[in-house]
Design a protein around this ligand. Structure first.
Ligand code: ATP
Ligand code: MG
Length: 447
C-alpha cells in the first residue's frame, strides 16, 4: 500500500518536531488522524508523546495544566491550544466509567490499545507515517466502527463507549461491526453507570450529526430503555390514519432527517410526538388519533431535558416548539401576526422548519396543500417583519409609562389593557398610534 501522507497544520508539525528533537516520540493521534484519512478537516489536533508532563512543560513557553493528573498539557501556540498527552495505560475500571488510576508508559502501542475504536486508534507523524496496529485504516475504508480488542471487555471498562459507537456511526455514516453491536446490545444496561450529563452530550452529538436517523440503533440496542424509555414507547406505536401509515418511530426518524442540524430543532424533532404514546385512541374507522399529544409532548420533553440536566433555555425552547408544532399560523396577515405574537416572533422560523419537516415526513396523503399553506404563512411573516408590524407589547406606540402618566395604576389591570390594545393592533397595525391607543385605553378603563 502506498504510504499515507497527512497534511498537518504547521503548529502541529512544530510541536511534534520540538518533542522529537529532544529525543521523545510524538504523534498526532485519534480523531484528527481518522478525520484527515477521511479527507475531513479535523476539529482539533491531539498529540500523544513519550515525554512526561513535566518534560512537555519544559519544552514549550506557554502551557496550561488542563488534565495533568491524566497526563494532558495544553500547549498554546498563538491563539491555538493543542492537547499533548503522555502515553498512558488506563488502570482497572471498577466502576465502568473511570479508570481507577492512569499509568504512564513508554510504549505507543499500549496507548493506542486503550482507545475505543480501531478508527480512533491510529497515530501519525511525518517520519513514521501512519501507525495503524488494529486495522483502523481498513475499517475506515469499509466504513466500520469496531472496538479495539474484545468489545465486551471494552464496553465493560467504560459504558460511555456504547453511546460513542452509535454517535460515530451517525457522524460518519458507518455501520457498527456485528460483533461490536451484539456486545453493545448485551451490555446496554450498563449505561446506567454513566452520568446524565455525559449521556446528554453524546446524545446531542448524535442528533446534530449528518445521520440522526441512527437514533433507531439507540432503540434497537436497548440503550434507550436505560435513559430514554419515552423513545421506546413510540418506536413501534402505529400511527395509521389520514396522514400516516407505519409507526411514530419511523415518522420521527424522517422528521429528524428533514430538519437542519440545529440543537433545538433536532431535540424538538426527536421528541415532538412523544406525547402520542400517552394520548393514543383508536377511531371508529380503525385509524389512530392523538388528541392533545402536543401538550403532552411538551410536558414529557421538559421532564426528559431536566433529567438530562440540560439548561433552562433548551427546556423552554424545545418545549414550546413541541407544544406549537401541530398548530397552524393561519392564512391572513392578521392571523399570522396573532400566531407569531402568541408563540413569540423569535420562534416562528424554527416553528416553520419543524412544521415543514413534519409535513414532509408523512407517509400517506398529499402534502402539497399543507406545504403551500405553510409557505404562504412564511411569506406573510417575512412581510410583517419587513414592515415592522407591532407583534408585542413593547412595540406598542403607547407604553405602560404613558398609561401611568394618564392616571392609571400599574399592575395586572394595566397589563390587561395593554394586552387588549395589542390584540387590536395585531388585527389592524394602522391602529398602532399614540392618539388612537390612548383614546381606546380610556374607553377600556371605562372613562
Ligand atoms: P471528536 O471529533 O468528537 O472530537 P474524537 O475522536 O477526537 O472525536 P474525543 O472524545 O475528542 O473524540 O477523544 C479523542 C480520542 O481519545 C479518541 O479518538 C479516542 O482515541 C480516545 N477516547 C476518547 N474517549 C474514549 C473512551 N471513552 N474510551 C476510549 N478511548 C477514548
Ligand atoms: Mg476530539
Amino acid at each position: 500500500m502506498e504510504k499515507i501522507k497527512i497534511q498537518m497544520p504547521d503548529k502541529v508539525r512544530k510541536i511534534l518536531h520540538r518533542l522529537q528533537e529532544h529525543g521523545f516520540e510524538a504523534y498526532a493521534v485519534g480523531g484528527c488522524v481518522r478525520d484527515a484519512c477521511l479527507g475531513r478537516v479535523p476539529s482539533d489536533w491531539d498529540i500523544t508523546t513519550s515525554a512526561m508532563p513535566e518534560q512537555v512543560k519544559g519544552l514549550f513557553r506557554r502551557c496550561v495544566d488542563t488534565g495533568i493528573a491524566h497526563g494532558t498539557i495544553t500547549v498554546m501556540i498563538g491563539e491555538d491550544g493543542f492537547e499533548v498527552t503522555t502515553y498512558r495505560v488506563d488502570g482497572k475500571y471498577s466502576d465502568g466509567r473511570h479508570p481507577d488510576e492512569v499509568r504512564f508508559t513508554p510504549c505507543l502501542e499500549e496507548d493506542l490499545k486503550r482507545r475505543d475504536f480501531t478508527i480512533n486508534a491510529m497515530a501519525y507523524n511525518d517520519t513514521a507515517g501512519l501507525i495503524d496496529l488494529f486495522g483502523g485504516l481498513e475499517d475506515l475504508q469499509n466504513r466500520c466502527i469496531r472496538c479495539v480488542g474484545d468489545p465486551r471487555r471494552r464496553f465493560n471498562e467504560d459504558a460511555l463507549r456504547l453511546l460513542r459507537a452509535i454517535r460515530f456511526s451517525a457522524q460518519l455514516d458507518f455501520e457498527i461491526d456485528p460483533d461490536t453491536f451484539e456486545a453493545a446490545r448485551e451490555l446496554a444496561g450498563t449505561l446506567s453507570r454513566i452520568s446524565e450529563e455525559r449521556i446528554a452530550a453524546e446524545l446531542i452529538k448524535l442528533l446534530q450529526s449528518a445521520h440522526p436517523e441512527k437514533m433507531q440503533l439507540i432503540y434497537e440496542s436497548g440503550m434507550s430503555a436505560v435513559f430514554l424509555p419515552e423513545w421506546d414507547r413510540i418506536a413501534e406505536l402505529s400511527c395509521a390514519g389520514a396522514h400516516h401509515s407505519g409507526t411514530v418511530g419511523e415518522h420521527t426518524l424522517r422528521v429528524l432527517q428533514n430538519v437542519r442540524p440545529d440543537r433545538m430543532l433536532r431535540l424538538a424533532a426527536l421528541m415532538h410526538d412523544f406525547g402520542k404514546a400517552e394520548t393514543a385512541v383508536q377511531r371508529e374507522d380503525g385509524g389512530m388519533a392523538f388528541p392533545e399529544h402536543a401538550r403532552e409532548g411538551e410536558k414529557l420533553a421538559k421532564k426528559i431535558l431536566q433529567r438530562l440536566k440540560l439548561d433552562r433555555l433548551t427546556m423552554d425552547t424545545v418545549g414550546a416548539l413541541i407544544r406549537i408544532h401541530s398548530e397552524s399560523p393561519g392564512e391572513t396577515p392578521a392571523q399570522v401576526r396573532h400566531f407569531a405574537s402568541a408563540i413569540g416572533p423569535e420562534l416562528f422560523e424554527s416553528y416553520a422548519a419543524l412544521k415543514r419537516a413534519d409535513i414532509l415526513s408523512r407517509s400517506a396523503g398529499d402534502p402539497e396543500e399543507d406545504l403551500k399553506r405553510l409557505e404562504r404563512a412564511e411569506e406573510l411573516f417575512t412581510q410583517i417583519l419587513e414592515r415592522g408590524d407591532c407583534l408585542c407589547i413593547r412595540q406598542l406606540a403607547l407604553s405602560g409609562r404613558d398609561l401611568i402618566a394618564d392616571g392609571m395604576q400599574g399592575g395586572p389591570a394595566m397589563g390587561k389593557v395593554l394586552e387588549a390594545l395589542l390584540d387590536e393592533v395585531l388585527t389592524d397595525p394602522e391602529k398602532n398610534t399614540r392618539e388612537y391607543l390612548l383614546e381606546r385605553s380610556r374607553e377600556l378603563r371605562g372613562q
